[in-house]
Design a protein around this ligand. Structure first.
Ligand SMILES: Nc1ncnc2c1ncn2[C@@H]1O[C@H](COP(=O)(O)OP(=O)(O)OP(=O)(O)O)[C@@H](O)[C@H]1O
Ligand SMILES: [Mg+2]
Length: 135
């Protein structure tokens, strides 16, 4: 499985960003601290997006970019999948240039199908993370 430092992740994010067509949905899976949010932020920079100013407790973070909004939804705090109904993920997918769903498993069947599903993991070296594309 390929491993990335934060600097290498920055570069890979540029490649992923160019490959993701308008309206794409990306799922980000992996244990606590595996680097899912860091990857969202790298993608936002690759997109030339403004940093989000949303409060840290919010589940939805929007990053306006020249091509349209990157919308990051963090489903970690959903206790049951039906709590995702309030988020209206389908509507977010419709207006996002890119919809990034962190902890998609917690939204169950309400998470729109992914165009790219990345799974992140800790590795032996603390300064890098494994990132693999889930088929
Ligand atoms: N590729 C990487 N290499 C080295 N450090 C990283 C990498 N990705 C993330 N980190 C560091 O790991 C820590 C946790 O990252 P992050 O918050 O992105 O994890 P997360 O998967 O979103 O966790 P959570 O599930 O708790 O939201 C941060 O300090 C971040 O800087
Ligand atoms: Mg996170």
């Amino acid at each position: 499985m390929p491993e990335y430092t934060l600097a290498q992740l920055e570069e890979a994010a540029g490649t992923w960003w160019r490959r993701l067509a308008a309206g794409s949905v990306v799922w980000l899976s992996g244990e606590l601290g595996a680097g899912k949010t860091a990857l969202v932020q790298a993608l936002a920079r690759a997109a030339g997006a403004e940093p989000a100013r949303s409060p840290s407790f919010a589940l939805v973070h929007e990053y306006p970019s020249p091509e349209g909004p990157l919308i990051h939804v963090d489903c970690y705090r959903l206790r049951r999948p039906d709590e995702a109904l309030d988020l209206d993920l389908a509507a977010l997918a419709d207006r996002a240039r890119l919809l990034l769903i962190e902890w998609p498993e917690r939204a169950g069947a309400l998470a729109p199908a992914p165009d790219l599903h990345l799974r992140l993991a800790h590795v032996e070296r603390p300064d890098r993370r494994a990132v693999e594309s889930v088929p």
